[in-house]
Design a protein around this ligand. Structure first.
Ligand SMILES: Cc1ncc(COP(=O)(O)O)c(C=O)c1O
Length: 491
């Protein structure tokens, strides 16, 4: 009898799950896959326990559990027997089904999402110089906590579980005053993130096969949302003034742009280019997504108002987020939609489950309406502007002559360009190992490119952290320049 059990059960005593659980799972698996067949008699609990060097209590508990689930028959004075009938009828079918579900073909959307390649794998927790991360340490947590508590205590269920009128009012006033957006409060659709807003616009406005233009280089999150709905994504080059329009065919159904701080180059789209873009979108019947993700932060000169504010044809969807201005984890974004599409967006938002907690919306409306929001933006603008300058100086000191950096006029990240012969994938892989995050410019392109660079965030780290990160970059660059870096791991 020593035979069958020792072949079936392997009780790895270093494993962290409980012994009873492991023994139960292994016996059940043996019954399900037919290694223990119906009618087979198991040894007595004493023999069983002796063979496996476990206690009789463990064996009894496992057999009782298997009996309760119908895998094993037990009776007074009889040895436990594998139940007749159950194996072929139920258990085998169930195991095949489970395996089949793991291999079930994904939908076209699922396959495209599965191959998205964005965000970059392996970046892990936010550390210098992850792009797009706000400094949570400088946030007025006490005040925010009070507002959240007050909103939670009031706890009234809103008339509509979608968009809070109080938040829509406060945000509309802010967007009109500070970003030159043309909107009524009800045109603001509140979503759990800017990404959710972008995704909603793509799903509502595009069919599979429709052409979409994306800045090249451009924002990977938008590319995934466009790809996922089956759009034909065309990367459109940018120059110093923004998207280069020049008689490009085929005409797009949707154009995605980041005119305030082009992602990832940080450039500002010129006023001429904005007007050209709106004209050609209107004449081609295209819609535009204006992603204004971090444009509250302006360091040099006056902020440029939104593209949406110039739009006469109601073809611009203006997207924003609080994850840059306030906290990365706040999970509130929004999209300002044309008046005629409000109902459609509200319905889609509900059915796609893209709703934000009413408590969070209530707290946010007070944070904006009572003034702390604007004060926080003013304070962070001073801090981030100094950090931008500090990172540029620190990179130059740590690795003189390695990078060409156009100081961005605003935002939370910068692009340090490398030479065409440099390998930004290799460098980012080694920086990751050294403890620094940077994203390779070449991975922000649709198609091939000769442009190389490191895309880095500077907002969330103080001067000492920036210095320490820049020194690590300097070390990696020095080894790289001496050709002492081994092959890259995949990014
Ligand atoms: C250009 C751009 N748009 C949108 C987003 C998404 O913002 P959210 O965190 O609200 O989804 C990001 C995030 O990094 C971004 O960089």
């Amino acid at each position: 009898m020593a035979s069958i059990l020792s072949g079936l059960v392997d009780l790895d005593r270093t494993a962290r799950t409980r012994l009873t659980r492991r023994l139960y799972e292994q016996l059940r698996a043996a019954i399900i896959d037919g290694r223990l067949r119906p009618g087979h008699r198991l040894p007595s609990s004493r023999v069983f326990a002796g063979e496996l060097a476990v206690s009789r209590n463990t064996v009894t508990a496992v057999i009782d559990q298997l009996a309760a689930e119908g895998y094993v028959d037990i009776g007074r004075g009889r040895r436990p027997t594998i139940a007749a009938g159950i194996v072929p009828a139920l258990a085998r079918g169930a195991s095949r089904q489970t395996r089949a579900a793991g291999r079930a073909p994904l939908s076209a959307w699922g396959r495209r999402i599965d191959h998205a390649g964005w965000p970059f794998e392996g970046e892990g927790a936010a550390r210098p110089f992850a792009p797009g991360v706000a400094d949570g340490r400088a946030f007025p947590h006490e005040l925010w906590g009070r507002l959240l508590r007050r909103a939670a205590r009031r706890g009234r269920l809103p008339a509509s579980a979608t968009n809070s009128p109080a938040l829509q009012d406060a945000l509309a006033r802010h967007l009109i005053d500070h970003r030159g957006v043309k909107t009524t409060p009800r045109q603001i659709i509140v979503t759990p993130s800017a990404q959710a807003a972008i995704e909603l616009v793509c799903r509502l406005m595009l069919n599979a096969g429709d052409v979409a233009w994306l800045e090249n280089p451009g924002y990977g999150g938008a590319r995934v949302a466009l790809d996922a709905v089956g759009a034909r994504v065309i990367g459109v080059p940018i120059d110093r003034s923004g998207l280069v329009l020049g008689g490009r065919a085929p005409k797009p159904r949707l154009i995605f742009v980041t005119p305030s701080h082009q992602y990832p180059t940080g450039r500002l789209m010129s006023i001429d280019r904005r007007l050209d873009l709106l004209r050609s979108a209107a004449s081609a019947g295209s819609v535009l997504i204006e992603d204004d993700y971090d444009s509250e932060f302006h360091y040099d000169g006056r902020p440029v108002a939104s593209l949406q504010g110039l739009d006469e044809a109601e073809c611009v969807f203006y997207v924003g987020t609080f994850s840059k201005v306030m906290l990365s984890d706040i999970r509130v974004g929004y999209v300002v939609v044309p008046e005629g599409l409000v109902r459609t967006f509200e319905t889609a938002q509900r059915h796609a489950g893209q709703l934000v907690s009413a408590t969070l919306q209530a707290a946010l409306s007070e944070f904006i309406g009572d003034g702390p929001y604007a004060a926080h933006i003013r304070r962070m603008t001073r801090i981030y502007s100094a950090r931008r300058d500090h990172l540029i100086r620190a990179l130059d000191a740590a690795s003189p002559g390695s990078f060409a950096i156009d100081s961005p006029a605003g935002g939370m990240q910068l692009l340090a360009r490398l030479g065409q012969a440099d390998d930004d994938l290799l460098l980012c892989s080694h920086l990751r190992t050294a403890g620094v995050t940077a994203r390779p410019l070449s991975r922000h392109f649709v198609g091939r490119t000769t442009q190389r660079g490191l895309f880095m965030g500077f907002a969330a780290w103080n001067e000492e952290e920036i210095d320490a990160g820049a020194r690590l970059i300097g070390d990696v660059m020095a080894r790289y320049r001496r050709h002492r870096l081994p092959e890259a791991q995949s990014l």
